[in-house]
Each structure stands twice: as C-alpha cells, then as structure tokens.
Write a protein that binds this ligand. Sequence first.
Ligand code: GDP
Length: 300
Amino acid sequence: FAKLRARLNKGDSWLTRDLSSLFTADKLSPDALEELETRLLMADAGVEATQWLIERLQSELNAGRIKNDKQLRAALKKALLELLEPIAKPLQMPGFIKPFILFVAGVNGVGKTTTIGKLAHYYKKAGKKVLLAAGDTFRAAAVEQLQTWAQRVDVPCLSQGEGADSASVIFDAVQSAKSRDFDLVIADTAGRLHTQSHLMDELRKIKRVVQKHDPYAPHEVLLVVDATTGGNALTQAIQFHEAIGLTGIAITKLDGTAKGGILLAIARRMALPVRFIGIGEGIDDLQPFDAAAYVDALIA
Ligand code: GDP
C-alpha cells in the first residue's frame, strides 16, 4: 500500500490538496465544488464520473453533513468507493479450467508486453504453471521482447517467428499447454495491423480458433490501457469492447504523469472490471486493483 500511495501521488495529493482552504468559518465556500470538479476533470475522470461525484457531494452538503474538511474527505471517500468498488473484481482462475486461456490485447506502446511479463511472474509466484504465446506476430520486436520477459520470469514462450499467423501460434500454444499440463496460457495479441478493422478481425479470428480447443475460451480478454493517455484509454476500451468483448482491463503507468482519474471514467462509462494496475516498470510493479487501497491512496 505504501508503494501504491507513493507512486500514485508523487508527493502531490491532487484531489485533496488544501481541502481546508475550501472552507470559510464552518461553511464550504461557494466555489468549493467547482474547484473539486476542475480537479477531477484535469485528472481525466471524464464528465460523467465527475458530475456523478459532484452530485453525490452536493446532496451530502444539502443534508448538512459537510461542515469541515474531515467530513468533506469522508464524503469524497464514500462516493469514490461507491463508484470503484463494483469494478474491483479480481480475476478468478478456478482450478477446474485448465489451461486457463488469457488473451492480452492493447495498442502498441501501452505496456502490453511488460504487463504480460509481470502477469507471468505474478501467477508463477502464485504456483501456476504458465506458458506464454507470442501472438503479436506483426512486429518482430514484439516477439523478441516477449521472449526476453519469458527468460527473465523463467517461463516458456512459444513463438513461430515474424509474420507467422497469430491464431496458429496461439492455437499451438494451447495444444501444447494441454498436453504438458499447464495451468495458464497468456496469449499476446496484435497491437497494430494495417488498419483498425484488420486488427479487430484478427482478434475475432484468434478467438474463433481457440474455441476449437475449448468452446468457453478465452476465459479472460484483458485489455491493457495506458493511464497517461487519459481519454484515449477510455476510447480504446470502448472500441475493443465493441469489437471483441472484453472481460477485464489492466491500467498501466499510474506511476507516471497520470493522476489516475481515468479509473473513475472507466468505472462510470464501462462498468468493466479493472483487474490490475501497473505502477512501475519493474517485475513486481503490477497489483490487483483494490478499490479501498486505491481510494485511500488518492485521498491520502
Ligand atoms: P507494448 O508496445 O504495449 O508492448 O509496450 P511495452 O510493454 O513495450 O511498454 C512500453 C514502455 O512502457 C516500456 O518502456 C515499459 O517499460 C513502460 N511501461 C509499461 N508499464 C509501465 C508502468 O506501469 N509504469 C511505467 N512507468 N512504465 C511502464
């Protein structure tokens, strides 16, 4: 938690900075809610989530329950939790689904490869037998980069070289996982193709092909988005969800310049589980998303 707080806030509590200055005597100053609204919007929380939160605060205020900064903090915390708790659903991996097939999607540069490396490490530490499938075959560097991570984490990585058919790489990996008793296949998928529609077609094809192994696969389609891209992260999530049906999101680079409000926007607009958050470049810098810890870190 200490690491989360330090990485998220970077010494700047953007949301709760100088809350006491928003009060005059024991009354919230007239522009206080406007100030909070600005802070939320600047932190990429988006219009819907911001309005929702401000309305919550307004009704607490009308009911006479916000008379000092401590009460304002408590009201903020309550509203933020109400928004984020429903999307804080950890990825469940029941033992009877074997191998569990996890697709990882995301556009180039968001931190997809790094997240796969961290996920492999996380699940290996949890005692799972993990196999990686280098399905981002469009870019030679993507395969190499994934192999480097695989070596670092010490898990096998199946690939077929540059230009190979992504669906075939992933199909073979699942085949191999079945015969070698693996618990989890983490499949990298294309981060870019000639066009957006090619990309989505490819993802749909991979899904179809893997369903020859298991009609219920993939068991998780995790989209990686970069918190520092703000509203773009939300747009990507909506597009991928429409095209291939996501089951979860991982948000990277929350340690960077991003203020992390994007989580609020995603919660309000998509109600899709945020499974993991990335808070650094290191192998251990991936955490399951915990709403209470996140909110405590935000309003710390
Ligand atoms: P990909 O193109 O989506 O596979 O992206 P990469 O995994 O290669 O990551 C792009 C860059 O983002 C690399 O320099 C990573 O080290 C960096 N990165 C990934 N996740 C995080 C994170 O959570 N925090 C920070 N600060 N950097 C990250």
